[in-house]
Design a protein around this ligand. Structure first.
Ligand code: SF4
Length: 249
């Protein structure tokens, strides 16, 4: 499918999702450094555990300088609810040290004046910071046009056929940024996540309740071929459809 066709398809999807979930207005979720640390804590854990660890970290250390200079064991202890604390604590401290060394203090405010591509490049140069974290910091803390692809966005976009079956979450960022209008990245990200949580769930998508069936490769594969025009399914849609049929059978 051409980029223009994908953009048109996405337009239908976006309108259907907006009708369902609204069109959220951007608001700053966390301050930039807080958002960055929060993202590192969120790796391989639930939102609840991430939030607990973040709250404990803030409660135990008055400033990010205090986290940076603390005994690593104390940081590990504070963030234990997030899991992988032995890896995340030194990673957070290393990131805070790098920011301090390069910028003279622990601030990411300079990112606001950089072109988005340069801001992404700077963030992803930090050890342990990938495209998703960089996009979350830029989109959520600065309102910049960067599109984060998390597990929900990746799954739903793949089922819909917006991204191909072999596209990794990291690779999906550039593709989704080409398909989705930049001024709507924030809304698109939140609405696709909401849909992934409520309807297009990982284990069993609730297609019978979904308003996106007409534009969904996965759905087209799970239905009897009664309509003349069926979009070409992606390989992943075929695989997921087969699994669903097996479960139904
Ligand atoms: S039709 Fe089914 S697979 Fe497609 S987006 Fe909706 S819930 Fe997900």
């Amino acid at each position: 499918m051409t980029l223009a066709a994908l953009q048109e398809k996405y337009g239908h999807i976006a309108r259907a999702l907006a009708a369902l979930y609204g069109f959220p207005t951007w608001r700053q979720h966390k301050l930039p450094v807080d958002e960055l640390v929060d993202c590192i804590l969120s790796q391989s854990t639930s939102d609840t555990n991430r939030d607990r660890a973040f709250a404990l970290l803030k409660a135990n250390f008055p400033t990010w300088e205090a986290v940076r200079d603390a005994d690593t064991e104390a940081v590990i202890e504070a963030i234990r609810p997030a899991g992988l604390a032995n890896q995340k604590a030194p990673r957070i401290q290393a990131v805070l040290r790098t920011i301090s060394e390069q910028k003279g203090s622990i601030t990411l405010d300079f990112l606001d004046t950089l072109p988005v591509a340069d801001a992404k490049a700077w963030l992803t140069s930090l050890n342990g910071v990938g495209p998703k974290t960089a996009a979350i910091v830029l989109c959520f803390a600065f309102g910049k046009p960067a599109f984060p692809v998390d597990t929900h966005v990746h799954r739903v976009s793949q089922r819909l056929g917006l991204i191909g079956p072999k596209v990794t979450p990291d690779q999906a960022h550039a593709i989704m940024e080409a398909i989705v209008p930049p001024e709507t990245y924030y809304q698109a990200h939140l609405n696709i996540i909401e849909h992934g949580r409520k309807v297009c769930q990982a284990r069993r998508p609730l297609c019978e309740r979904c308003p996106l069936t007409a534009w969904c490769d996965f759905y087209q594969q799970t239905q009897p071929m009664t309509t003349a025009a069926q979009p070409a399914p992606t390989k992943i849609a075929t695989k997921q459809a087969t699994k669903l049929r097996q479960r139904k059978g």
